[in-house]
Write a protein that binds this ligand. Structure first.
Ligand SMILES: NC(=O)c1ccc[n+]([C@@H]2O[C@H](COP(=O)([O-])OP(=O)(O)OC[C@H]3O[C@@H](n4cnc5c(N)ncnc54)[C@H](O)[C@@H]3O)[C@@H](O)[C@H]2O)c1
Ligand SMILES: O=C(O)C[C@H](O)C(=O)O
Length: 327
């Protein structure tokens, strides 16, 4: 057996944490040959609940689970971390936008970025799930100057999976028949799910669905799915969010299958006119353990205006956290 990989999960006692930890410990994130040392970070008031989850993890007798340790101090929790899942943050309630959480949650990601900078392993990979995920990733990254910027990512895989599912359902094909779909921009209602390069069962998606469905149904359904789940469940998505986090890290470590791509919030290198340094969702492939933005896709007018609108929102979120002194 290789040495265990250290995985730190923040917000471990929350609802996503509860859906996530058992899947990590069972090997679904890092694979069936990789032992995992779990670190759970919580606020002091939630440490007892995290202890309960740790008892349940022990009771599963997962062969790959090397250890579980609980912390209420970020510096200790991130010391030597290889994979950091930054989930802990307040979720929005009904009627709120994710950006309403900027001030409340932004303050969490500055000290966590500093702690990652101080002690993380050289190969650390960071996925920010807590909302507003893109800008929280930007905050964490800007407080970790010694960590390569491309190790900070924000989760738009849930949006990607939602879009794949909606398109497959409309076309009447299994989800495995949908490829090359992209989420651009922010994990917010302005995100742009783009099917113009997508394939559905061997055909171009644009031959299968029309622009009226795209603009009138598909895009708003995907972009507002988080709110629809809050409305229906009375709580924000949890199992599907945990599933997307597993998918994101799995593909980052093990690579994306050839011939297609996925979506992730990564630090922009200026591709597709997205200002450098913003954490924005792009079409990405993972090879040799790092994300690369898929290049040279043709972007038509329909897509351009929507990408620009979401990127403009990211720019204004960056200005907001700059004025709060968070970056
Ligand atoms: N990117 C996405 O696609 C996506 C999807 C779903 C949810 N989310 C976001 O994920 C976050 C967590 O959602 P949830 O439903 O698990 O919330 P939750 O309220 O059930 O759990 C959040 C947990 O974080 C903990 N926490 C708060 N501050 C912390 C800190 N400084 N350090 C460590 N832990 C801390 C809380 O004690 C709580 O246990 C929310 O911001 C939510 O909006 C993002
Ligand atoms: O919508 C939310 O606030 C939760 C999460 O970001 C989601 O997309 O389900």
């Amino acid at each position: 057996m290789p040495a265990p990989v250290t995985v730190t999960v923040t917000g471990a006692a929350g609802q996503i944490g509860y859906a996530l930890l058992f899947r990590i410990a069972s090997g679904q994130m890092l694979g069936p040959d990789t032992p995992v040392a779990l670190r759970l970070l919580e606020i002091p008031q939630a440490v007892k609940a995290a202890e309960g989850t740790a008892m349940e993890l022990a009771d599963c007798a997962f062969p790959l689970l090397d250890s579980v340790n609980i912390y209420d101090d970020a510096t200790a929790a991130f010391d030597g971390v290889n994979v950091a899942l930054l989930v802990g943050a307040r979720p929005r309630g009904a009627g709120m936008e994710r950006s309403d959480l900027l001030e409340a949650n932004g303050g969490i990601f500055k000290p966590q970025g500093e702690a990652i900078n101080a002690g993380a392993a050289d190969d650390v990979r960071v996925l920010v799930v807590g909302n507003p995920a893109n800008t929280n990733a930007l905050i964490a990254k800007s407080h970790a100057p010694d960590v390569p910027a491309d190790r900070f990512t924000a989760m738009t895989r849930l949006d990607h999976n939602r879009a794949v599912s909606q398109l497959a359902s409309k076309a009447g094909v299994p989800v495995s028949q949908v490829s090359r779909l992209t989420i651009w921009g922010n994990h917010s209602a302005t995100q742009y799910p783009d099917v113009f390069h997508a394939m559905v069962g061997g055909r171009a998606a644009t031959d299968v669905v029309d622009e009226a469905w795209l603009g009138g149904e598909f895009i708003p359904t995907v972009a507002k799915r988080g709110a629809a789940i809050i409305d229906a469940r009375g709580a924000s998505s949890a199992a599907s969010a945990a599933n997307a986090a597993i998918d994101h890290v799995h593909d980052w470590v093990h690579g994306t299958p050839g011939g297609s791509w996925t979506s992730a919030g990564v630090v922009s290198d200026g591709s597709y006119g997205v200002p450098q340094g913003l954490v924005s969702s792009f079409p990405v492939v993972s090879a040799n353990g790092s994300w690369q933005i898929v290049q040279d896709l043709e972007i038509g007018e329909f897509s351009r205006s929507r990408i620009d609108a979401s990127v403009a929102e990211l720019v204004s979120e960056r200005e907001a956290v700059q004025s709060l002194g968070l970056v």
